[in-house]
Design a binder for this molecule. Structure first.
Ligand code: ADP
Length: 482
């Protein structure tokens, strides 16, 4: 296989491949018309390369001239696609100039097929001798005429159109785009024009090689496409990070909001150990005032003080953990144990509201992988909501049940109350800002649902029989050997 065939078939395959890639991109994103124009431009260039190759392989002047004549058709397509590409990709360009370039190119095609072959070549290209296959061939001689202005005028109009568009893009501040695309399209058109003009003046004696110059534009668009893919990847990573961050912030907000509800009872919770500490300290003072001081008794009292102190700090610590904005940290948790922790926090609030708690916590539950603090907050919210729903019931009918059990491949935590139940359109209680309480925010349930969803779980609600509501948190069993 000779060099001409190898080089030109490589150029044509590169054009077809890139054309296909851009065509597929357009197929996926129909709004990206610039990709479609580029795909068509690349395919037209491959077609053009075929005619270049066939004229280079021509066995004599006549077939060479015939090749040049047919080459006008893909050239016309390239002009139209180039205009379309510049207008859609750079979103700039003088339409009058574009129309002039395409109009003159159309005239060029008409001339190619109406004039006699030899005359056409002479009139249009002005070439008299060309080199092909290493031999200089003399073509039918003729004098250049005004018809020369048609193809060259088309090239010049196209060049001014492209450079003008690139300058406007540059002024718009998109320097990279102006240089890369404007430069490569300009390079392609300029070299085509230069070759044609130098050939006309007999400075060079080479046959057309336009498709080779197109490679610059192919590289640039391939580079742009790869940058676009990189940008999309970076953006999706950023999006995921932002989503995770805002989910954490929402969860944090939820913790603060739910703690608002228990802050009064929290003060009560801390007051209790403080009271015990005070009376113990007073007793110790009395023991020490005795003569002789009852030291063993004082030691026992001090131990009590230390224990109560630790209990008070545990309450404060748990509250601090709920309030602090901590990164999501998953750990393997037994939901029954977690419910037990929340019961400790809720003990006083339940007493204050005269709510009876019935716990049915299954033993040996499979573990779930969760953020402990976030899940505590979900259960706290559900229990506080249940208490508020039963506020109008007589104390004997304020029954709250919290149960854990295995359900298929998941673990379920159910909170059931004996309140008025839920509206028939249950989903609306999960809508942000939906509240029926005078002081309500309507954010508790949406936050809980987003936390559970972030753990690949579900938060469902339905009315319970004969009255009340049941909220179920369903979480997948952690993927470890239990
Ligand atoms: P908030 O408690 O601030 O109103 P939520 O999102 O926690 O916000 O709850 C939204 C609404 O859902 C409540 O106002 C209430 O009407 C309803 N709701 C929540 N839990 C229960 C329940 N256990 N029983 C009946 N209605 C409930």
């Amino acid at each position: 296989m000779d060099m001409v065939t190898i080089v030109w078939s490589m150029v044509a395959s590169a054009c077809l491949t890139l054309g296909l890639v851009h065509g597929l991109v357009w197929w996926q994103h129909r709004e990206k018309l610039d990709r479609l124009w580029f795909a068509l431009l690349a395919v037209s260039t491959a077609w053009f390369a075929y005619f270049e190759w066939s004229s280079l392989r021509a066995m004599g002047p006549q077939s060479y001239l015939e090749g040049i004549r047919w080459m006008q058709v893909p050239t016309w397509c390239m002009f139209v696609c180039m205009v379309g590409y510049v207008l859609t990709h750079l979103r700039e360009g003088n339409r009058g100039l574009a129309g002039l370039a395409v109009g003159l190119r159309t005239l060029s095609v008409v001339l190619a097929f109406t004039l006699d072959t030899g005359v056409h070549f002479r009139e249009i290209t002005g070439l008299q001798r060309v080199m092909f296959l290493g031999t200089e061939v003399t073509l039918p001689v003729g004098s250049p005429s005004l018809l020369m202005l048609v193809p060259h005028g088309a090239l010049v109009a196209m060049l001014v159109f492209v450079v003008g568009a690139a300058i406007t893009v540059w002024r718009r501040g998109e320097h990279r785009l102006a240089v890369l695309v404007g430069g490569s399209v300009g390079f392609f058109v300029t070299l085509g024009a230069l070759q044609s003009i130098l050939g006309f003046w007999q400075v060079i004696k080479i046959p057309p090689g336009g498709s080779l110059y197109f490679l610059a534009l192919l590289f640039v668009t391939a580079f742009e496409l790869s940058m676009e893919t990189k940008r999309v990847k970076t953006l999706s990573v950023e999006l995921a990070e932002t989503r995770a961050k805002s989910r954490e912030q929402v969860a944090h907000f939820g913790r603060v909001a739910s703690l608002g509800g228990i802050s009064v009872t929290l003060a009560h919770e801390i007051n209790q150990p403080l009271g015990i500490i005070l009376s113990n300290a007073q007793a110790a003072e009395r023991m020490l005032a005795k003569d002789p001081p009852d030291l063993p008794e004082v030691r026992a009292i001090l131990a009590d003080i230390v224990r109560e102190n630790l209990r008070a700090s545990a309450v404060i610590q748990r509250t601090r953990e709920l309030l602090q904005r901590k990164e999501v940290s998953r750990e393997l948790v037994n939901l029954s144990d977690l419910a037990g922790e929340v019961f400790a926090i809720m003990r006083r609030p339940l007493q204050a509201r005269q709510v009876t708690l019935a716990a049915e916590l299954a033993a040996g539950l499979p573990l779930v992988s969760v953020d402990r603090i976030q899940l505590q907050q979900v259960l706290l919210n559900l229990m506080l909501n249940a208490c508020e729903a039963m506020a109008a019931n007589p104390p004997s009918e304020r029954r709250l049940s919290v149960a854990t059990r295995v359900e298929g491949g998941a673990v379920c935590l159910a909170v059931t109350d004996s309140g008025p139940g839920l509206p028939s359109d249950v989903e609306k209680i999960f809508a942000p800002y939906f509240t029926t309480k005078p002081q309500g925010l309507g954010m508790g349930l949406p936050i809980c649902r987003s936390i559970v969803a972030a753990h690949e779980g579900q938060l469902l609600a339905e009315s319970a029989a004969p009255r009340g509501a049941v909220f179920r948190v369903i979480l997948p069993v952690a993927a470890v050997l239990q």
